[in-house]
Design a protein around this ligand. Structure first.
Ligand code: NAD
Length: 255
């Protein structure tokens, strides 16, 4: 198995992409720590599914907008499974507003959930990795919008752009400790964050038309790449981004 005995923390792990990462990593032998702030029943059900399949998982109720919660989350992972190998900074939100419409409150919330959490989560994990003395890996679920403009979703784009530089600069700083940072940049994925689009047939058709592969990704298609990146097969990767977008960010208008 690709992740036998590794301990992986997934923030926002009880829904969407995070849930599929937990299931896919558990199926490859990893010990799973599911961070969540909402829907404890979804966490319980996920733990049950993982354990029924012979895996190991615990839930941690931690608000990742708090640096102290993030440090406590890492400690709970170590208490549960003895060490930490991979942190997946997955939790994220959108606040679909333009630069001119965005409020201070909306901006602060998006930046705290997406960017601040990834920054201080990486810090907490890196301190643990350095103390363990054996390197470690941070995977950030960013977005094609770490680089690709999306008018009407400005705070989100800015937060994901910050995650891009977190991987670039942080990876360079931490490389000498054997600590790596890799971003995963999905395009459109069929999860609750996109319900407004996927539940509207006209919007969904427009989206399908914009994607060279003709459809959004299923969340497990992101999770399978996460498993590969978390395995020993991707051990030389750091300070970079892997894009999984069905070609949407290379799309052109065929006029
Ligand atoms: N779905 C897409 O099209 C898409 C595309 C690109 C990137 N992404 C990114 O993928 C990640 C996962 O999103 P998803 O699509 O699975 O949506 P989702 O809404 O299912 O997952 C987001 C998770 O983050 C959690 N969360 C929010 N605030 C939190 C907090 N303060 N503390 C802890 N957890 C918190 C939510 O409870 C939820 O479980 C996000 O970072 C998102 O930006 C999604």
């Amino acid at each position: 198995m690709l992740l036998e005995g590794k301990t992986i923390v997934v923030t926002g792990g009880n829904s969407g992409i995070g849930e599929q990462i937990c299931l896919a990593a558990a199926a490859e032998g990893a010990n799973i720590v599911i961070d969540y702030v909402a829907h404890p029943e979804a966490t319980d059900s996920l733990i049950h599914r993982i354990e029924e399949a012979g895996g190991h998982a615990v839930g941690v109720d931690a608000d990742i907008t708090s640096a102290s919660d993030l440090h406590a989350m890492v400690q709970k992972a170590v208490d549960a499974f003895g060490s930490l190998d991979v942190l997946v900074n997955n939790a994220g939100i959108e606040d679909r507003k333009s630069l001119l419409e965005e409020t201070e409150e909306g901006y602060d919330k998006v930046m705290a959930v997406n960017m601040k959490s990834a920054f201080f989560g990486t810090q907490a994990a890196a301190k643990q990795f350095i103390a363990q003395g054996n390197g470690g890996l941070v995977l950030n679920i960013s977005s094609v919008h770490e680089d690709w403009p999306m008018p009407g979703n400005l705070a989100y784009c800015v937060s994901k752009g910050g995650m891009r530089m977190l991987a670039r600069s942080g990876g360079v700083e931490l490389g000498p400790h054997g600590v790596r940072i890799v971003n995963i940049a999905p395009g459109a994925v069929d999860t609750p964050i996109n319900t407004a689009t996927t539940s509207d047939p006209d919007k969904l058709r427009q989206l399908d038309d914009a994607i060279p592969l003709g459809r959004p990704a299923k969340p497990h298609e992101i999770a399978e790449v996460v498993v590969f990146l978390a395995s020993g097969k991707a051990a030389y990767m750091t300070s970079t981004t892997v894009t999984i977008d069905g070609g949407i960010s290379q799309g052109s208008v065929g006029l």
